[in-house]
Design a protein around this ligand. Structure first.
Ligand code: GLN
Length: 268
């Protein structure tokens, strides 16, 4: 047996100099010990040999650059726990703004394109208590999204296919939201080690990062009800190009908590 605090310090040393070393060691140790993620919960706890070996294996994975959330199999979004793994992008806190703006509109018939893990669609369905339609081109991502909808008993209809082509004919929505892949060719060359483990399909938006926005621009009015709204997450520095792309429609850019223009709202 070994005291949890000693293991915590060992893990922290092993993962340093990453700025997240302490947090990551704490989360991995708590995971192995089925304890809460706080130092207080680990006080006076001890780990047996099997637990020490399991912890050591998780630390090795983390040191190898695997994202913490993939190792834990879980990520939090909008206060809900989602299953995450290599099938889809890990939900980002930045994306909560997209979901919040959607919730404020209390949509009756929302559509989410590029749903990935399903975090946005499931949060919207669970918190707004409406049925949400969600699409993704990746069958793997959709299988994960379905698991997340089931986990939260959220009413989401999923369709597999390329953007709007996934939908049954004749469907229209009062709100369309999307966090498409928007990284540029240059961004893809400079990915963080962790992000390299996420599906490229969910990240790469063409040479200038705007391919998906152009395709959405070309089609979205056919799927939006009169008076409807389109909400798009965007990358740092893309707001101006996107507002120009969606002219002459009325657009408004919303800032995230870091002061970055993160979501473009388009009204028809
Ligand atoms: N925000 C993600 C990142 O920076 C990119 C997600 C996306 O392309 N939609 O890694």
């Amino acid at each position: 047996m070994k005291p949890a605090f000693a293991l915590l310090r060992e893990g922290e040393r092993l993962l340093s100099p990453s700025p997240d070393a302490r947090n990551d060691a704490l989360e991995l140790l708590a995971h192995v010990l089925h304890a809460q993620r706080s130092a207080a919960a680990l006080l006076d706890r001890e780990a047996d040999e099997a637990e020490q070996a399991a912890y050591s294996a998780l630390l090795t994975r983390r040191r190898g650059g695997e994202p913490l959330q993939y190792i834990l199999g879980e990520a939090w979004f909008m206060g809900l726990a989602f299953r995450v793994d290599h099938r889809a992008l890990i939900p980002r806190q930045d994306t909560e703004l997209l979901c919040e703006l959607a919730l404020e509109k209390h949509p009756k018939r929302p559509l989410e394109l590029c749903t990935g893990s399903g975090a946005v669609a499931v949060s919207l369905a669970a918190l707004n208590k409406t049925e949400v339609t969600a699409t993704d081109i990746s069958p793997e991502a959709l299988s994960l999204a379905r698991e997340n909808a089931a986990r939260h008993r959220a009413p989401v209809r999923f369709f597999q296919g390329d953007l709007f082509a996934a939908l049954p004919p004749g469907e229209r929505f009062d709100l369309i939201l999307c966090n498409p892949p928007y990284l540029t060719a240059r961004d893809m060359q400079a990915l963080q080690t962790e992000v390299k483990r996420e599906p490229k399909l969910a990240l790469y938006g063409g040479p200038d990062g705007l391919d998906f926005y152009r395709r959405i621009r070309a089609a979205f009015t056919r799927f939006l009800l009169p008076g409807g709204t389109l909400l798009l997450e965007m990358g740092r520095g893309q707001a101006e190009a996107l507002a120009a792309l969606f002219a002459p429609y009325k657009t408004q850019a919303h800032k995230d908590l870091n002061g970055i223009l993160r979501v473009l709202e388009v009204k028809i």
